[in-house]
Each structure stands twice: as structure tokens, then as C-alpha cells.
Design a protein around this ligand. Structure first.
Ligand SMILES: NC(=O)c1ccc[n+]([C@@H]2O[C@H](COP(=O)([O-])OP(=O)(O)OC[C@H]3O[C@@H](n4cnc5c(N)ncnc54)[C@H](OP(=O)(O)O)[C@@H]3O)[C@@H](O)[C@H]2O)c1
Length: 263
């Protein structure tokens, strides 16, 4: 199986922690040079310094930007692509705040669309010429199992994730002939800062402890445990390899079997 990413350059968004950071580590393990992107410069610097280097030509770098700032994101992505074509894009950032859809303000939807859909489109347009020129492109969007089963209490997220899934499926058909695949990875409950925040918020809004809430959630997962960021990252990294060239336009849940939908 061809898993070697030597000579490939990956841009990993939301890479200062969690699933993004774990994905950067996996891609570097497979030989890719990795550019990390998120807001926290200090955290990015540490992640970049500690990424694996499997061969001398492998170089890692980072850029700090808020993905809500479309103009800055466009400028940074164009600069990265101009210095070295990007073959792999991991579209990932923080999830939108919770709450029912009917109570969300139009501004909350606008913010989420900017951070997730417009950021993805901005990055795509900056990186696509390089992917086309090299005949190799892998775009992986980290979204949510809500594209298979909307999650109660995540109204804005359910809506914007579905939009990203529709965007990705459309792109997968448009770009396949150029050697570019577009897929989505859907994490289940995964041990990251995001999950810690979710447990703390639920505990604050109820009389239960964080541990009791965690146990209730774990009871809904056939694997009877939370996932690790590295387990989600392994699937993301596989989708970026030559071996995954014929996997295109799909949404893969990495959730310990929690999603009940058939497809
Ligand atoms: N963990 C789970 O259980 C779970 C389950 C389902 C779906 N997901 C989804 O998977 C994705 C990743 O989750 P995670 O658990 O790894 O999240 P996380 O630990 O909160 O990490 C989010 C990453 O995105 C970056 N980020 C957030 N807002 C940003 C912005 N405006 N501009 C640039 N970077 C930004 C953060 O870095 P900075 O703060 O430095 O910018 C961080 O590196 C999210 O969309 C999440 O909703 C997670």
C-alpha cells in the first residue's frame, strides 16, 4: 500500500491543538512537509518544532491567522502556495457554539458560514492551481456526524456542516479528473479541548458532574469510550495518501459506531 507522502506539502488548519494537531503529526510521520495554521502563534510554534522529520528535505512551518478574517486568510494562503505548492489541505477549525437553530441570530449563522464554508472556499481557490499543476490534490474537511444525523442543540453547526458537505460533494465531482479528491471526516466524541469545553458547559448547566455527563455520553457509543484525536487523524492522513486515490466524495464517521445512519 502506497502511504508515502515524501515530497508532498500539507496545509493543516486548526493545527494548534486537537484533531488538527494530531493530523499534522500523522502527515509528517508519512513524510509530508507541513504548514500549520491557527490563531495562537505560541502554540503553533511549539507544534511545528515537535513535528516528526523522516527525511532531510522535510520542512515544517506555521502561520497565524483568524479564519474569520477572509482577506487575511486569502493573503496568507496565496503566500504559502507561492512559496511551495500545497498538495494536501485539511480544512479544520473550532466548532460553532451550541444552541437550538430557532434561537440563533442571523449573525451567528453568518459567522459560522464565514469560518467554515467561506474559509474553505478561500483556501481552495488559493491552493487549487498548485494541486492541478502537480496532478495531486487531497482535500479533507473535518466536519461532524451531524451531516448524517443532525445533533440536538447544535442548530448552527448542523446547518453549516451540511453546507460544507454539499460543497465538498460538488467539488469532488468537479476536480476528480485533475487527480484531486475531496472527502469529509466526521469525528465522534473525541478527547480534545472542544470535548472538555462541552463537558464543562453541560456540567455548569446541570446538577451533574463532568464525569457523570461523560459516562452518559460514553453509554451512547458502541465502543464504550471516547475517541482519541490520533484515531481521527489516522483516517484523515490515509485519505491524503496515494493509496486513497479512488476514495472521493465520501463522509467517513470516526465515532466508535455511534452514528446509526446506514450511509
Ligand atoms: N472533539 C470532538 O469531540 C468533536 C466532535 C465532532 C466534531 N468535532 C469538530 O472537529 C473540529 C476540530 O475539533 P477539535 O476537537 O480538534 O477542536 P479544538 O481542540 O477546539 O481545536 C480547534 C482548532 O481550531 C483552531 N481555531 C479555532 N477557531 C479558529 C479560527 N477562527 N481561526 C483559525 N483557527 C481556529 C484552534 O486554534 P486557535 O485557538 O489557536 O485558533 C484549534 O487549533 C471542529 O470543527 C469540531 O467541531 C469535534
Amino acid at each position: 500500500m502506497q502511504l508515502d507522502l515524501s515530497g508532498r506539502h500539507a496545509l493543516v488548519c486548526g493545527a494548534s491543538q486537537g484533531i488538527g494537531r494530531a493530523s499534522a503529526i500523522e502527515l509528517a510521520e508519512l513524510g509530508a512537509s507541513v504548514t500549520l495554521l491557527a490563531r495562537s502563534a505560541d502554540a503553533l510554534k511549539i507544534v511545528a518544532e515537535n513535528l516528526p522529520r523522516k527525511h532531510a528535505a522535510q520542512r515544517h512551518d506555521w502561520r497565524s491567522v483568524d479564519m474569520l478574517d477572509t482577506a487575511s486568510l486569502q493573503a496568507i494562503a496565496s503566500g504559502i502556495a507561492a512559496s511551495e505548492p500545497v498538495h494536501i489541505l485539511i480544512n479544520n477549525s473550532g466548532g460553532p457554539p451550541g444552541g437550538p437553530a430557532h434561537a440563533a441570530t442571523p449573525a451567528a449563522f453568518e459567522t459560522a458560514f464565514r469560518q467554515h464554508l467561506l474559509a474553505g472556499q478561500t483556501l481552495l481557490q488559493a491552493l487549487l492551481p498548485g494541486m492541478r499543476a502537480s496532478g495531486y490534490g487531497r482535500i479533507v474537511n473535518v466536519i461532524s456526524t451531524s451531516v448524517k444525523e443532525p445533533i440536538v442543540g447544535l442548530g448552527v453547526s448542523n446547518t453549516v456542516r451540511a453546507a460544507v458537505a454539499g460543497w465538498a460533494k460538488t467539488l469532488s465531482g468537479e476536480l476528480a479528473a485533475d487527480g484531486i479528491t475531496v472527502n469529509n471526516v466526521l469525528p465522534g466524541y473525541t478527547r480534545t479541548g472542544r470535548l472538555d469545553g462541552l463537558l464543562a458547559a453541560k456540567a455548569a448547566a446541570s446538577s451533574q458532574t463532568e464525569d457523570a455527563i461523560a459516562q452518559d455520553l460514553i453509554a451512547t457509543i458502541p465502543a464504550r469510550r471516547f475517541g482519541e484525536a490520533s484515531e481521527v487523524a489516522a483516517v484523515i492522513a490515509f485519505l491524503c495518501t496515494p493509496a486513497a486515490a479512488y476514495v472521493n466524495g465520501v463522509s467517513i464517521a470516526v465515532d466508535g459506531g455511534r452514528t446509526r445512519a446506514l450511509s
